[in-house]
Design a protein around this ligand. Structure first.
Ligand code: HEC
Ligand code: HEC
Length: 211
């Protein structure tokens, strides 16, 4: 009884956070459950860039495998509406229905995420990044990244994406896009705005290496 009450409270808290974030980002939240097999078929056009197992083939393209349930469908809807602008992904999402997005989401969620690493030369930068990731950055009142992306970077469905094992160049590009406002309407804008380019590099290396 006490335990289920606790779980309920915890879930309501999470729901509140997600509602708050959805309000901030005005994202369309996908309503339906997807079909993994159908998603696999529909992913044929995605393979060229995001890889046959959702592990991308180039540093410019994000890995999709093992993402938190719901996030991929939200982002596809954002690309389609133009809320998140990217010339390639706007074209790729233009013809997708809500059902297609839910199926693609379910398929990529079902795959094993990438396991990243850093080179010995990058290690000290990644260690500096871990301090902000885990403890925030007090001078600018930046919350610890792990409070939303999880202690191991696994994210919280559906709004807070997995960042662990993601390509460092992609992570860096996204943080710079949030910082400049090129990727907008996100809780990440004020957070990234306060970070220096050096801190963004350190954080990107750290997140890419955790699993
Ligand atoms: C020609 C290359 C290309 C193809 C094909 C492609 N993508 Fe992408 N995708 C990209 C690029 C580049 C980005 C990063 C966009 C940005 O910088 O905002 C991206 C980003 C994404 C994201 C956002 C990931 C995140 O972590 O926020 C999702 C989701 C996605 N693609 C899904 C798909 C799906 C599903 C398909 C197939 C229907 C597809 N993509 C086809 C290049 C491609
Ligand atoms: C209050 C919650 C919150 C905190 C704290 C937070 N994030 Fe985020 N983060 C988000 C949300 C929500 C998104 C998805 C943004 C969107 O949909 O535009 C996101 C997206 C991202 C992305 C893009 C991932 C992708 O796949 O495109 C990166 C990288 C990122 N955050 C890094 C960080 C770092 C580094 C920190 C700490 C300095 C941090 N976040 C702190 C909520 C948070």
């Amino acid at each position: 009884m006490v335990r289920s009450l606790f779980r309920l409270t915890k879930m309501s808290y999470l729901a509140m956070v997600v509602v708050a974030i959805s309000g901030l980002t005005s994202q369309a939240v996908p309503a339906q459950d997807g079909d993994v097999e159908a998603g696999k078929q529909k992913s044929a056009t995605c393979v060229a860039c995001h890889g046959p197992n959702g592990i991308s083939v180039s540093a410019d393209f994000p890995h999709l495998a093992g993402q938190v349930p719901g996030y991929i469908a939200i982002q596809l809807a954002n690309f389609k509406s133009g809320e998140r602008s990217d010339p390639i992904m706007q074209g790729m999402s233009a013809g997708l229905s809500d059902e297609d997005m839910a199926d693609l989401d379910a398929y990529y969620v079902s795959l094993d995420s990438n396991k990243g690493s850093v080179t010995p030369e990058q290690e000290s930068q990644a260690v500096d990044g871990s301090k902000i990731y885990r403890g925030g950055y007090e001078p600018y009142s930046i919350a610890a990244c792990m409070s939303c992306h999880g202690p191991s970077g696994h994210g919280i469905p559906p709004a807070f994406p997995r960042v662990s094992g993601q390509g460092p160049a992609y992570l860096e590009a996204q943080l710079l896009a949030f910082k400049s406002g090129a990727r907008k309407n996100s809780i990440m804008n004020p957070i990234s705005f306060a970070l220096s380019e050096e801190q963004i590099k350190q954080l990107s290396l750290y997140m890419s290496a955790i699993d």
